[in-house]
Write a protein that binds this ligand. Structure first.
Ligand code: IMP
Length: 433
């Protein structure tokens, strides 16, 4: 029963969507385990470009069961809109399933997220403003509404009215915002609930049965390791656990069911939102990465902060999630940079650390330590075999492998499905273990 987790090793936007899209060709189930419509996964299928936010990237593969797991937070109105867009591009949504236990993001969560961010002033986190934090707050406070409530709209409406009235108190009294119109929100939510209700299911059981039948299940992480609420650059993090442990909790499977964990690493580093970023470059190198890598957010359109590859981060991510392999994305973006650098450690005070510095703010006082490597000028976009990469590109990937202590299985050299170098098929590797 092969179960493979795919997750981001950095601050998100590593290109997980295209990796999941690829691996889903050999899977029967793809399950999202955390996050909500803060995520943005771009998948290019021929002429069609999908911008997925809540729907698992496996939706591009007919017949694959796509699960929105209990660990996610689900915005019903946005999901219906996304379903319409995906259906409009000709993809089938028959196999979409939503966990009964997935928490709902409701309009007041979004209003609260934006009010809270404004209230943080200079200490703002730079959230996507989608209501993620407030929805997970309600989950932890045991006051959230879950997807199962959509099956009985009268009961949903009663609970919603009560919850929304309480949130209106906070919005008006604490944040000085106008109260939200509760009945208008309900009128919007009713058709969405009717549309989503047929997709609500006991998804933990579905995944369990698939595994018991020997089917291949892919667990799709959103965001990335350093946005993990426990292990990331707190408080500049999201409100869930993208690390591998989150997959078991967020779909409802046992740790022993997992056979492999693929870490997705962009060939350089990016981050959106505020918070520490030791290898950030705000010069012509950063500009090259933004322009050549089209580093603008899928969800918010924000320009991403860019910098050199940081292997301290990748090693840390490998330790937390137990990577069995890596997928390196966007190697092609580095073409044309005459010299490359890889961050191998941090100088904090007098001492150099090759381990992650766990206290977020302490990172501000750390200097990155770099290893210099030669660049290459050739375009990689048509390369399909490892041996056809320029020697400098191979050396770069081999240094990443050595410094991370994890083999590189896949290398992407462009957004199209076929712009890929496969060194080991992650599904085959799992079969051997
Ligand atoms: P939130 O998840 O909207 O609360 O935002 C918290 C932090 O996570 C902010 O820095 C966001 O920019 C970041 N973030 C959330 N989702 C993503 C994502 O899908 N990719 C990259 N960063 C993200």
């Amino acid at each position: 029963m092969p179960a493979l987790i795919v997750l981001g090793a950095q601050w998100g936007d590593e290109g997980k969507g295209r990796v999941v899209d690829l691996l889903a060709a050999e899977a029967q189930v793809v399950a999202r385990y955390q996050g909500g419509h803060n995520a943005g996964h771009t998948v290019v299928v021929g002429e069609r470009t999908l911008k997925l936010h809540q729907i698992p990237s496996g939706i591009t593969r007919p017949g694959v069961l796509c699960v929105i797991g209990n660990g996610t937070v689900l915005e019903p109105l946005a999901l219906v809109q996304e379903m319409d867009e995906v259906a409009g591009l000709g993809f089938d949504l028959e196999a979409l399933r939503i966990s009964r236990a997935a928490q709902l993001i409701l309009p007041y969560h979004q209003a609260l997220d934006q009010a809270q961010e404004a209230g943080r002033g200079a200490a703002a986190i730079g959230t996507t403003g989608r209501g993620i934090g407030p929805a997970y707050t309600d989950k932890a406070a045991r006051s959230g509404l879950r997807a199962e409530e959509l099956l009985n709209f009268d009961r949903f409406a009663a609970r919603f009215r009560q919850a929304a009235a309480a949130k209106n108190e906070v919005l008006t009294r604490v944040y000085g915002q106008p109260a939200l119109d509760i009945e208008a929100m309900l009128a919007q939510l009713q058709p969405a609930a009717a549309r989503l209700a047929p997709h609500v299911a006991d998804t933990s059981l579905l995944v369990h049965r698939a595994l018991a039948q020997g089917q291949r299940v892919l667990f799709e992480g959103a965001q990335g390791t350093l946005l993990d609420i426990d292990h990331g650059t707190y408080p500049f993090v999201t409100s869930s656990n993208p690390t591998a442990g989150g997959a078991c909790v967020g779909v409802g499977v046992a740790p022993r069911a997992i056979n492999g964990v693929l870490g997705v690493v962009k060939a350089y580093t990016t981050r959106v939102g505020a918070g520490p970023f030791p290898s950030e470059r705000c010069d012509e190198v950063g500009e090259h990465l933004v322009q050549m890598g089209a580093e603008f957010g899928t969800t918010t359109g924000r320009r991403r902060r860019c910098g050199w590859l940081d292997t301290v981060i990748v090693r840390y991510a490998a330790r937390l999630s137990g990577f069995s392999g890596l997928a390196v994305t966007k190697l092609d973006v580095l073409s044309g940079l005459p010299a490359l650098r890889i961050c191998t450690g941090y100088r904090c005070g007098g001492a150099v650390s090759e381990d992650w510095v766990p206290v977020g703010y302490a990172l501000d006082d750390c200097e990155p330590v770099y290893e210099d490597l030669p660049g290459w000028s050739e375009s990689l976009r048509d390369v399909r075999r490892w041996e056809d990469l320029p020697p400098a590109a191979r050396r770069y990937v081999e240094r990443l492998e050595a410094l991370a202590g994890v083999p590189v299985d896949l290398i992407s050299v462009g957004p199209e499905r076929e712009q890929l170098i496969v060194r080991r098929n992650p599904w085959d590797v799992m079969r051997e273990t």
